[in-house]
Design a protein around this ligand. Structure first.
Ligand code: GLU
Length: 450
């Protein structure tokens, strides 16, 4: 279909040097080919030209003073990608690798992810190339305040509601929220992932990881299997990885790995979750410190990773949960995982598998849950936080968790039903992309040319 190809070509020319964004756009648009054959009216409305263009992109300068008194300068971004389904919703990422292309890819994925939750939220994303690593609390606070000094004018509880992502957790949301309140004088649900005493939702911190495990369980149940007794690989050591590990234990599985920017930890007896939380949530230390407590574990530093991939995926296991970052799982990794008999992959991170790796998983017809479906539990629970804020309530854990489970089961069902409808019942990538797109596209058509 020349139409899809031409749109992608135009994107490459009009938005140069945004490789991750082209990767995300290509995956979605390629999946839509059968939909356009079946429902050509989407082409008449120029929906794909419109959906790949953000409604608005904000770029700004952030100046702040470090502990040595030196003025530091960073770039800040907020992409308000699509508001057909509701206010822009999506996290903020603070990482030195962040460019406008990174934020665009994340914002684009967020549109379809948010649509799959079935909740009234549009897609947005933001962040900065600020590197929080090694920074003192005071520096983090001053950076967050400087970031919000510009962002506050573009966001609001019914227009655009940011949250966390890589490098932005409870501490950063606190500083961002404090500054928003100082500047506007308003105490309102303008950010999600807040502390439990000041407007946060019980269960939000755990939701992305728990949701990715529920999604894996949904995929396995559809195949008459469960997670019980399964050995699992997890990458990452942030919020998503930690709560994926926690839920895997609750499901009777054994998570044996995690990783950070310096290396991979392998504990064949199962990761010591309390120690991991202590190291990462309290001490903000390297995973290498784990070995001081568990000599039977091993640690593979980044320098010893295979040339064509990541050490974590070379360890034999039944299921894998990529929970670190984009493109952390290559075609080489996918081949080793499949050779080692992997049966289930559920993505806690956004676009963690390269396009070639995804092709390998789809060819092998294993249970593969792409990030925009499998990790949607985080943003879904953020929307539950918005609902609690606007009604001035706080729901108990049982209510939030029951809703999260139901939302994940619905997402799985929608993806599976749509995949079936288009004749590829095991292809949840196709299912997720078509189901997400259809919702947004229908809303855009209903709302006219805006
Ligand atoms: N950053 C998360 C994501 O990728 C959460 C976004 C949110 O809670 O708004 O979906």
């Amino acid at each position: 279909m020349p139409y899809v190809h031409d749109t992608l070509e135009r994107l490459r020319k009009s938005s140069p040097a945004q490789t991750e964004f082209y990767q995300a756009a290509e995956e979605v648009l390629e999946c839509l080919r059968p939909l356009f054959q079946h429902s050509p009216h989407y082409l008449d409305h120029s929906i794909i030209e419109r959906i790949v263009e953000p409604e608005r992109q904000i770029m700004f300068r952030i100046c702040w003073t470090d502990d040595a008194g030196k003025v530091q300068v960073n770039k800040g971004y907020r992409v308000q990608f699509n508001s057909a389904l509701g206010p822009y919703k999506g996290g903020l990422r603070f990482h030195p690798s962040v460019t406008s292309g990174t934020i665009k890819f994340l914002g684009f994925e967020q549109i379809f992810k948010n649509a799959l939750t079935g909740l009234p939220i549009g897609g947005g994303k933001g962040g900065s190339d600020f590197d929080p690593k090694g920074r003192s609390d005071g520096e983090i606070m001053r950076f967050c305040q400087a970031f919000m000094a510009e962002l506050y004018r573009h966001i609001g509880p019914t227009t655009d509601v940011p949250a966390g992502d890589i490098g932005v957790g409870g501490r950063e949301i606190g500083y961002l929220y404090g500054q928003y309140k100082r500047l506007t004088g308003r105490y309102e649900g303008v950010l999600t992932g807040k502390g439990l005493d000041w407007g946060g939702s019980i269960g939000r911190k755990e939701a992305t990881g728990y949701g990715a495990v529920y999604f894996a369980q949904n995929m396995l149940e559809a195949r008459g299997k469960t997670l019980e007794g399964k050995t699992c690989l997890v990458s990452g050591a942030g919020n998503v990885a930690i709560y994926t590990i926690e839920k895997l234990y609750e499901m009777g599985a054994r998570p044996i790995t995690c990783s950070d920017s310096r290396g991979t930890l392998h504990d064949p007896r199962g990761i010591d979750l309390d120690l991991l939380k202590e190291l990462k949530e309290v001490k903000r230390a390297s995973l290498e410190a784990y070995l001081e407590h568990h000599s039977e574990a091993s640690y593979i530093p980044v320098g010893e990773y295979p040339e064509d991939g990541h050490a974590v995926w070379r360890i034999k296991a039944d299921a894998a949960f990529p929970c670190a970052t984009q493109n952390e799982l290559t075609a080489g990794d996918a081949e080793v995982l499949l050779k080692n008999g992997i049966t289930c992959i559920s993505e806690g991170a956004n676009m963690p598998s390269t396009a070639d790796a995804v092709d390998r998983f789809l060819e092998a017809r294993i249970a593969y849950g792409p990030g925009k479906a499998a990790n949607a539990g985080g943003v879904a629970t953020s929307q539950l936080e918005m609902a609690q804020n606007s009604s001035m309530e706080q729901w108990p854990l049982e209510k939030v968790d029951a809703k999260l489970k139901e939302i994940m089961a619905n997402i799985h069902q929608q993806c599976a039903d749509t995949a079936e409808e288009f004749g590829e019942p095991t292809n949840l990538v196709l299912g997720a992309n078509i189901a997400g797109f259809r919702k947004v596209a229908d809303a855009m058509i209903d709302q006219g040319v805006v």
